[in-house]
Design a protein around this ligand. Structure first.
Ligand SMILES: C[S@@+](CC[C@H](N)C(=O)[O-])C[C@H]1O[C@@H](n2cnc3c(N)ncnc32)[C@H](O)[C@@H]1O
Ligand SMILES: [Zn+2]
Ligand SMILES: [Zn+2]
Length: 326
């Protein structure tokens, strides 16, 4: 596969490799420390923030509990004057573990397994976090409540700012057709927290069971999750489309990483890339029917919350018999 990450490092691995040791990835060894930190109480009142070795030392297995890693991040933020001494873990920043995997216990993290999102951090503090907290691979500045990307063609786009390191993360999504790994450069692709049974996969499963090898149009594919699930389910053809160019760039990475080799079309037309059973476009859904002259068994429309889907459904209806709104 051998796709280089934008950061120049080897962040992108085939998903089959990522899945091999995913269970072990989060687990503590018998020597790992568990620090009980109350999330809503000031951190500085619970542990001595200057006693780095006692509280923040790594276990010999190289991992630390997520709460300890977050406490270390918060300590750097307090040292840098970004947070005051009353700050607690709850209001520190948003931890985005990679690979993101639904689990009920607090994960123990190895190096380069966490992206941090904070609305307050500055570049100097971000660089210090990446340097001093080994588990953190990247720091983003942004408001977690604001969706990243573009809601519709006439909305303004919104991105977070990458202040330090690399923000490429991978979410593991369980599907009846096998697990998928969905990479995201998190400053330009919206955050989704992994769930044991993602509802949208449930809707997809219900639809797919009525078909044998359907053709599918993933009208608003984002990073490609649903279309790739359809390929895994044995679809005869999937067309991926999204108006947001960064979504298409990451869809190509996700196709390749999940075992569907990508060929770039290299011409001036609308077709960006293709493979054995798929094509990839980046066109406003309202225009799609002008470029695709085939009809699909299933058209998937998955928009951001709050988007009026009327025109999306109408546009998808011109291209397929069944429109599934997710
Ligand atoms: C909720 S996300 C899709 C998530 C995706 N189905 C997944 O599971 O990963 C909605 C997507 O709609 C795309 N979008 C918004 N307006 C669009 C338009 N007019 N035409 C095509 N795509 C659009 C956005 O760029 C965004 O990626
Ligand atoms: Zn990277
Ligand atoms: Zn350990």
């Amino acid at each position: 596969m051998g796709i280089r990450c934008r950061c120049g490092d080897t962040c992108i691995k085939p998903i089959s490799e990522v899945l091999e040791d995913i269970e072990l990835f989060y687990k503590a060894c018998s020597d790992c420390k568990t620090e009980k930190i109350k999330k809503f109480s000031p951190l500085a009142e619970q542990i001595n923030l200057d006693d780095i070795d006692t509280h923040f030392g790594s276990c010999k297995c190289g991992k630390r509990q997520l709460d300890i890693v977050m406490a270390h991040v918060l300590k750097v933020m307090i040292d840098e004057g970004i947070k005051d001494k009353k700050a607690n873990l709850r209001n520190a920043c948003v931890p985005l573990v990679t690979p993101g995997y639904p689990s009920n216990f607090i994960p123990y993290l190895p190096e380069n397994s966490l992206v941090i999102l904070s609305n307050e951090v500055d570049k100097k503090c971000a660089e210090k976090i990446v340097k001093e907290v080994g588990e953190v691979k990247g720091v983003l500045k942004g408001d977690a409540r604001k969706t990243v990307g573009i809601k519709d063609s006439d909305s303004d786009s919104h991105v977070y700012e990458l202040l330090a390191g690399c923000d490429l993360r991978c979410d593991i999504i369980h599907t009846p057709y096998g697990a998928l790994g969905i990479y995201k450069y998190q400053h330009e692709i919206h955050i989704e927290f992994p769930e044991v049974k993602p509802p949208k996969i449930g809707i997809l499963e219900k639809t797919l069971k009525d078909y044998d090898k359907p053709s599918v149009l993933d009208c608003t594919c984002g990073p490609g999750t649903l279309g790739i699930a359809c390929l895994k389910a044995g679809a005869q053809k999937v067309v991926f489309n999204d108006i947001w160019r960064p979504a298409i760039e990451i869809t190509l990475i996700n196709l390749e990483a999940n075992g569907f080799p990508v060929k770039h079309s290299g011409n001036e037309g609308e077709l960006i890339a293709f493979g054995d059973k798929f094509e990839v476009y980046s066109i406003d859904i309202r225009e799609l029917a002008n470029y695709l002259d085939e009809k699909f068994d299933i058209c998937i429309v998955d928009t951001f919350p709050g988007v009026d889907t009327t025109e999306f459904i109408e546009a998808a209806g011109k291209l397929g018999k069944k429109v599934v709104v997710i």
